[in-house]
Design a binder for this molecule. Structure first.
Ligand code: HEC
Length: 157
């Protein structure tokens, strides 16, 4: 191995060690029942299970951190996805959204399911059990449709 390659490799090793000490975010917060999606919509048990398995790591107040999430730069990526995911849609805060926002979030969920953009591919690469089966996708799609209709009825009252 020539010395330039050796130098680059040892620098990379040093960087890899140093970044392990970067602070990690901990998305392990409290769930206020009144703010949760269950507060406004009926979420049947089987739908809940799919959402928790495939979506909640990035769209709720609690991420289940796998062991490899202790390792940088994996954690950095995960932390960014969680922060961004929660900002866009947080099932634990759903009841705090305005009626209009609740409607538009349901529409966005339907879209993400139709287009297959969620869960993120970088996530399902490792979380194989978060890949939605045809059945699970249909279950969520039906639930979103029912929920949107229910919200509309509620708002017309
Ligand atoms: C690994 C993290 C991660 C997982 C898991 C995940 N998402 Fe997301 N989601 C994001 C991020 C990051 C964004 C914002 C950036 C973007 O749209 O790509 C987002 C955006 C969205 C949006 C757009 C919100 C808006 O108002 O435009 C919807 C809807 C959504 N996700 C639904 C889901 C659903 C449903 C699941 C589960 C089937 C899921 N996501 C799983 C990270 C995730």
């Amino acid at each position: 191995m020539n010395s330039a390659v050796k130098m680059i490799l040892s620098m990379a090793a040093v960087i890899l060690v140093v970044i392990q000490f970067l602070p990690r975010a901990h998305n392990e917060g409290r769930i206020v029942p009144a703010n949760d999606i269950n507060g406004v919509l009926d979420v049947p048990g089987n739908v809940q299970v799919v959402l928790k398995t495939a979506c909640y790591d990035c769209h709720s107040n609690n991420t289940r951190y796998p062991a490899y999430a202790m390792i940088q730069p994996v954690r950095m990526m995960l932390d960014r996805h969680v922060a961004e995911g929660k900002k866009n849609l947080n099932f634990n805060d759903f009841a705090t959204y305005s009626a209009r926002k609740q409607n538009s979030k349901l529409r966005a969920i339907a879209e993400s399911l139709d287009e297959g953009t969620m869960p993120l591919a970088s996530y399902t690469l490792i979380h194989r059990n978060a890949i939605l089966s045809v059945k699970e996708k249909a279950l969520l799609q039906n639930w979103v449709k029912r929920s949107a209709e229910r919200l509309l009825l509620k708002q017309q009252k």
